[in-house]
Design a protein around this ligand. Sequence first.
Ligand code: GCU
Length: 511
Amino acid sequence: MFFLLVLSFTREVAAQGVSIDSSRYPRIVTFTAQQDHDNMMQQLGIKKLRPGPSGNESAPNHANYDESLANPCPKLPDILTTSDGRKVISAAMWWTQRQPQIAGDLEREVYGRLPKNIPKVTWTLKITDREFIGRTPAIVKQLVGHVDNSEYPLINVDINMMLVVPTNVKGPVPVLMMFGFPTFPSPAQPPPADMEKLNAAFKEMMIKNDPSVKAIFDRYPAYTPITRLPGPNFFAPPPAGDLPPTEQLLAAGWGYVTIEPNSIQADNGAGLTRGIIGLVNKGQPRKPDDWGSLRAWAWGAARGLDYLETDTLVNAKKVGIEGVSRYGKAALVTLAFESRFAVGLIGSSGKGGATLHRRVFGEAVESLTGSGEYHWMAGNYLKYGASEASFGSKTGCDLPVDSHELIALCAPRLTFISYGIPEKGDAKWLDQQGSYMATVAAGPVFKLLGAKDIGVSNDYQQEKMPPMLTDMLNGELAWRQHDGGHTDAPNFKYFIPWANKFLKYERIAAP
Ligand code: GCU
């Protein structure tokens, strides 16, 4: 607590120390999410949006869970037919014609485009720590990626990231980047003698500050205000059950990164005039095809990968991306659009992630176009929830693309689609079945590019989702529904060997 206070104090001084003449720059527009959402509706000529369904199954307006009503437009856009009707018959034709079409449509209508003028990111290593995480020795690096804001200094973007690399294996190691909150897993602590010194100095300082506390210390002479946390215990039996995912990675000779989405772009509509999106727009609201938070998070992950390419501990050709729920969507968008990522673990991503937009089951297009979630998407996406607009009305069925094509943009790279089960809390809202259909329908592109898909036919209208715990892990495209809840943790023990096999990685102990 004490150290925290000191830290936040210095930050404030530093912030005030830089004097910016704000009159030289356009002012930051401060909208509530509702105002920003209204502004986007106006730009698009939308008068009314259909309300999203309720997630509460006993509410009168609850989401549809009747499979017979879930496919109002069952035929998906043909993944291997160009927009002018030609069959895609070769890998070359995919890369030069169909892939750019799909990517372009997904950018324009769904996730937004990357602006051309995104400023440069400079990474700084803040702290290097040598830690024991469980039983694995590791180097931990706290990194900050500062985005050049000299063009618009009113907005500051510092991307927070933590890199953890095991040191008991021969490197460079593969790394899984995870959307989450970067913390030091197990900060190294001073040895007992240094701890004693710190405690003596701390006691003295406290007494100087308030002489009455001396009586307390005199009453408890053996008490030390700063205590040591328990360190690694190499003699304890291994814990029962699976290790946490991060420890499984380290034990398998992988490193991992946690990267903080909110340090790239806020997870709300009010934040769209700030963060990296706001910085590029100089504090002004988005245009309809500007990027949303998912694409911004994906961009930030790619900047994290830029750093990893400079770190000799890391094999930057074997870097993966992982996330669950909204970060599962972000992980899929990252893998699809940032081609240097070699592998993705896409956890419970639902609408806007792996499941089909066209499906009406659980979360709907209308949920994503409402003011609570629209910031994930491009403004243009709002059109598909419109009931009254200058262009009439549209639904998910009017989208020129769908999520099978987003998954296909990951091909032939390693793509693991993961879900849990509704009984344990991975709600039906996420539409596991629709995600399975999209995975099945993405298969032809993996095969065209010389990879394997999940190993069933590509008839997405006929194929049935297999029961939970069925491993469909023989291809670069993989599917597994574990028997846990809204998490991908139970799938890590399947993900790691699957990724190792295709990445041809084997842990070798350090000499
Ligand atoms: C809501 C939302 C989902 C999202 C989830 C989450 O349930 O509707 O789209 O994935 O929150 O990120 O926790």
